[in-house]
Design a protein around this ligand. Structure first.
Ligand SMILES: [Zn+2]
Ligand SMILES: [Zn+2]
Length: 267
């Protein structure tokens, strides 16, 4: 499997010189194996991903949830406008309605009907495994405002876990540790620092639906994963601050790196 990061930012896209290293686009990750493609979330990173694919294109999009930072790239996904593209969109019930809601005047000039691609919407049953081409996909629902789905994707004897927008609370959620057990790559929410989460720096972020980078590292160690990608960076986390977090985190789990736009991981 090859994993490529197209958007690593959480909450809102950012721009500016201090963010160029990690990039400013919101969540979007591409997973390719044996010519088949899964796209995890459709944040603003989906726009450059679509441009790279050309038209037409075939892909399966897995959505963790439908908060803006995970769907705003969908109206700008070029392959969706080509009649020979085949796109499968998978997510929790309500996915189609949410995507239609953000593409509706006066919020947006065109509707979902403008997509000419062959679209199919699939709502897998909660926590039931399914297959996408050569990929075996498992799901886990985790605490987050309005809910979130984590995905475990296995192919070719390798596996990755996508756990963005998850809030453990005071103790790590045992279910996620079991779900991620032994994965080759864990992509984990690392929006806050422990001090930010606790309200020692700025407002208390408890209940906002996210993890700290310290929790991400602890989860990686306890689940004994190979690599850990710190993900869903806070919009205030500039490259300098992210590099500091990354270097400390690497001492606690050697396979850790901060997800950056354009980074490719071969599993
Ligand atoms: Zn988010
Ligand atoms: Zn969210």
């Amino acid at each position: 499997m090859q994993v490529r990061f197209w958007g690593v930012r959480g909450s809102i896209a950012v721009s500016g010189a201090e963010f160029l290293g990690a990039g400013g686009n919101t969540t979007c990750v591409e997973v390719v194996h044996d010519g088949h493609r899964i796209i995890l979330d459709g944040g603003t990173g989906l726009q450059p991903l679509g441009a790279s694919l050309g038209c037409p294109a075939d892909a399966t999009l897995l959505f963790t949830h439908v908060h803006w930072d995970h769907i705003q790239g969908v109206p700008f996904f070029a392959p969706a406008f080509h009649p020979d593209s085949h796109l499968t969109l998978i997510g929790a019930p309500g996915l189609r309605d949410a995507l239609a809601s953000q593409m509706r005047p006066p919020l947006f000039p065109i509707t979902l009907d403008a997509f000419r691609a062959q679209l199919s919407f699939v709502e897998p049953r909660a926590e039931e495994d399914f297959e996408v081409g050569p990929f075996r996909v498992s799901t886990l629902q985790m605490p987050h405002p309005d809910g979130v789905v984590c995905y475990r994707i296995a192919a070719g004897g390798r596996s990755l876990v996508f756990a963005t927008d998850v809030e453990h609370g005071e103790k790590l959620d045992r279910r996620l540790l079991d779900f991620a057990e032994g994965a080759d790559l864990l992509i984990h929410d690392a929006q806050y620092t422990r001090a930010e989460y606790a309200g020692e720096q700025g407002p208390c972020r408890k209940g906002w639906g996210h993890s700290t980078w310290e929790q991400a590292v602890e989860a990686a160690n306890r689940a004994e994963v190979g690599k850990l990608a710190l993900f869903h960076h806070d919009p205030t986390r500039n490259d300098r601050a992210l590099a500091v977090v990354e270097s400390i985190a690497q001492h606690r789990h050697h396979g850790t790196f901060a997800a950056r736009e354009g980074a490719v991981v071969a599993l």
